[in-house]
Every structure is written in structure tokens, then in C-alpha cells.
Design a protein around this ligand. Structure first.
Ligand SMILES: [Zn+2]
Length: 462
């Protein structure tokens, strides 16, 4: 007996906004995605005749569909999007601000304070942070996450591997609810043989790819060479923090793009932040953006963290720190908008809500026209999937029915109201029903959430 979800009157803004759609998922996979001629009104009678349960999002308890008893959901014109994909988070640091402060608010102090606090964090605490922040993102409609992980080999291999083990365990436990890609940040201040070997070991243990922040090294190019060499040897993707600086001469992105082209690694390399692009003259930035596009490098903007961190020491006028969003999109670079840090010394705010990040992107990049808003929507769905190398996330027959149903009828309403009421589905099973709090429909998920919240909160622990 198949479990069947039928949805009518769904707005799919990433397809055709002039129509509403009928969608069918069988055993968690889309089998039908069809535009309707007019608003469907099959109503409870027709559904009952077919033995189905007929509900609207407001009058539904979150249960089903059960095998043999189809669930018919009338979306009543609400928006249905592929579940969001967050291409750049730091789950292991999330909610660490009560333990690790940052008096100056600068990136430099955040890096220094966090690095010196790391040896004292037990594995269970790191894991609880990862679980809590990943589920926080799930509750907002995200079902795929790429997280960077601190990898402080200079405190000893055991400290570095503690975070890796915590992340691998959390990834496995949460696999039914969210896909997680793990990128340890190799220490670019002294990328020793020992550090590279530890990185290789983490990859053998199951992390996804090679990360790092080579722009902070005194000599970034040799460090980037070593990271590419390691990724080549291990056959894995690369995702680097690049040029998170207001200094217009910090330009590792250009070198990374040339390297990507030389290696023929289009689609396997990602650069995040790119703040210095916003601090340099137009023609210099254009050249670097063209290089990124030509090499097939993916990019991520982190507008929440960078609006907060960058430009701190500027006299007015103050630089804003957010990369050149429109120019990157116009050049054809797949550009995702992502969460970055949550309530840690790097960024005190955030909740893993990509819609909120989309709104911040729209403000920071002056994107509010109808076309712009739709471009921002793609930065939360289509582009992060491309950056993360994920296929099969679109709402199309044959793909998993991972989606978020949002209480808004148009993209304009979505970004204006940023609705809290969201129904989150993964493989045709409802994980969370409406409401601003995480109202889990899966008992195991509720348990993971409560356990993690007990360890990790906004209060300082004694
Ligand atoms: Zn980051």
C-alpha cells in the first residue's frame, strides 16, 4: 500500500505564477506536478468518495498520509517551495555566545576568542549545538545544510577530531530529517603536514570536503595550493572562506578561480563571503567576478554576519561588507544566501531562517523589484543546491517531496510578512506543522530537540 499525498491549489513561484498546481507524492516522491486550469474545488465529498482525508493547512493535525489512506491537502493558494538549502553555516559554534564573548565585535576578536575557548568544549556540547541549530533550521524550512567545522589542530589532534566526531554523530542521527555536508576548516595560519594529514583522516572518516580561510594567512597562495592538493588527492569538493575583509587588496578569490580553471574543477569549488569585492573599484571587481563565472566557482553571501562584522573601524561613510550580489548573479555565478553563524562571537543574532536571510539580502543588495525578489528566492533554493552539488531538489516528478508550505500567496507577501507559519515536509512526511515554535510531528525529532535545548541555550551555564 502506497502512502499518497495529494495537494491542490498550491502556488509554485519558482515555476509559473499565473497558475495554481496540483501535486501528488507517492511514498515520499513527487509523481505529478501539474498546473490547474482554474482553482480546484474537489472538496471534501470527492475526497471522501475516494477514501481520502481532506484537510486544509489550518484544519490539520500534521498526521498522515498513512498507507492506503491518501491525504488531500488544499493549500488554498499558499506558496510551496522546495525545502531551503543553507549552503554555509557554523553549527558547531552556534549558541556559544554565552560562553565566548566578543567585546569589540570584530572578526579578529571572534576568531581569537573562539580558538582559545575550543579545547574546553566537550564533544557532547559540540554535538548538542549542532543538533539544536540544525533542527532550528529545519523548523524554518531547511532540509539541506552545509556546515563548516572548526579544526584546531594546533591544540592537538584530539581537539580537532572531537568536533569532527560530534558532527558525524549528529549527521547520522539527524539523517532522516536533514542532509548535512561537513567541511572542516583547515588552519591556514600554519598548514603543516600534520594538519593536512589530520584533514585527510577526517575525510576518510566521512566529512564531505575541504574548508579553510586562506585569506587570513600571510601568504595565502601556497596555502590554497596545499588545500587543492589535498582535495585532489582525496577526490572531494572545496569550500573556502574567501576575502572576508574590507581591504580591497585581499583577493584570494581571483587565485582560487584560476586554480579551479587550471584543475578543471567547475562545480566543485565554492567561495564564501567575498566582502573585499564590495570594497574595490568596479573594474577590478568585474575582472574577479568574470574569473569566478568562467571557472564555474559557486559563491555564497552571508549578509547577516557581514553587515554586523565588517566596516567596524571605518569612519563614516562606513562600508557595508556585503558582496556584490547583483553583479555576481548577472555574471551567472550561482550565488547562495546563507546563515553563517548563529548567536556566537561572530554574530549574535539569527535562527537559521533562510527567509530572514533572504530579506536581509534584499535590503543589503537593494533588491526589491518583482524580478529581484524572485532572484533572492532562487538564492535560497536553486543556487544553494547548485553550490552544494545537490540534484533532485526541485518540485518535479521523480524528486523527493521535500518542501515547505508557507503562509503567503506571492513572493511579495513572503518577503513582506516573513510568515512564521510554515509546514515542513521531508520525503513526503510532515516534520513540523505551522507556528513559530518548533512543533515537531515526529517523536524522535522532538526528543533530539529537547535534549539539545537542555544543553544549549541563551543562558550562560554555571
Ligand atoms: Zn563562515
Amino acid at each position: 500500500m502506497k502512502s499518497v499525498l495529494k495537494m491542490v491549489n498550491a502556488a509554485l513561484p519558482l515555476r509559473d505564477e499565473t497558475r495554481l498546481y496540483t501535486l501528488i507524492a507517492e511514498d515520499g516522491v513527487w509523481t505529478k506536478v501539474e498546473p490547474q486550469i482554474r482553482e480546484a474545488a474537489p472538496g471534501p465529498d470527492e475526497a471522501a468518495a475516494g477514501g481520502a482525508e481532506w484537510v486544509t493547512p489550518d484544519r490539520w493535525d500534521g498526521r498522515g498520509p498513512e498507507p492506503g489512506r491518501p491525504l488531500c491537502l488544499d493549500a488554498e493558494g499558499r506558496t510551496v517551495l522546495p525545502a531551503f538549502a543553507d549552503a554555509h553555516m557554523h553549527l558547531d559554534k552556534a549558541f556559544s555566545l554565552p560562553q565566548v564573548g566578543n567585546a569589540s565585535g570584530t572578526l579578529e576578536e571572534a576568531i581569537a576568542n573562539y580558538a582559545s575557548a575550543v579545547p574546553a568544549f566537550p564533544k557532547e556540547e559540540l554535538k548538542a549545538r549542532i543538533v539544536r541549530s540544525a533542527l532550528q533550521a529545519v523548523s524554518c524550512g531547511t532540509t539541506a545544510i552545509r556546515t563548516h567545522l572548526d579544526f584546531h589542530v594546533r591544540h592537538g589532534k584530539e581537539v580537532a577530531m572531537r568536533g569532527i566526531e560530534a558532527a558525524l554523530e549528529a549527521r547520522e542521527e539527524l539523517a532522516p530529517y536533514v542532509s548535512m555536508q561537513l567541511f572542516p576548516m583547515l588552519p591556514c595560519y600554519d598548514l603543516t603536514e600534520e594538519a593536512l594529514e589530520a584533514g585527510a583522516e577526517a575525510l576518510r572518516m566521512g566529512v564531505t570536503g575541504v574548508g579553510g580561510a586562506p585569506h587570513i594567512a600571510p601568504q595565502p597562495e601556497p596555502e590554497i595550493d596545499k588545500l587543492f592538493e589535498l582535495a585532489g588527492r582525496m577526490g572531494c569538493p572545496i569550500d573556502l572562506h574567501a576575502d572576508e575583509s574590507d581591504h580591497p587588496r585581499v583577493r584570494t578569490a581571483a587565485y582560487i578561480a584560476r586554480k579551479t580553471k587550471a584543475f578543471g574543477w567547475a562545480g566543485k569549488v565554492t567561495v564564501g563571503h567575498l566582502c573585499s569585492l564590495a570594497a574595490m573599484p568596479d573594474e577590478d571587481a568585474r575582472e574577479i567576478i568574470a574569473l569566478l563565472a568562467e571557472a564555474g566557482v559557486g559563491a555564497v553571501t552571508l549578509p547577516g554576519a557581514n553587515l554586523y562584522l565588517q566596516g567596524r573601524r571605518d569612519p563614516f561613510p562606513v562600508r557595508r561588507g556585503v558582496t556584490r550580489v547583483r553583479e555576481l548573479l548577472d555574471a551567472g555565478v550561482p550565488l547562495a544566501a546563507a546563515s553563517d553563524n548563529i548567536h556566537d562571537p561572530f554574530h549574535p543574532f539569527g535562527k537559521g531562517d533562510l527567509l530572514q536571510i533572504g530579506l536581509i539580502t534584499a535590503y543589503a543588495a537593494h533588491m526589491g523589484s518583482p524580478a529581484d525578489i524572485r532572484a533572492v528566492l532562487r538564492m535560497l533554493t536553486v543556487h544553494p543546491a547548485a553550490v552544494m552539488g545537490l540534484t533532485g531538489r526541485a518540485i518535479e516528478p521523480g524528486n523527493d517531496a521535500d518542501f515547505v508550505l508557507l503562509d503567503a500567496s506571492t513572493p511579495e507577501e513572503l518577503f513582506s510578512m516573513v510568515p512564521e507559519r510554515r509546514w515542513v515536509w521531508r520525503k513526503g512526511c510532515c516534520l513540523k506543522t505551522a507556528g513559530s515554535r518548533a512543533e515537531w510531528q515526529v517523536p524522535a525529532l522532538a526528543r533530539y530537540w529537547e535534549d539539545a535545548c537542555e544543553r544549549v541555550s541563551f543562558r550562560k551555564r554555571g
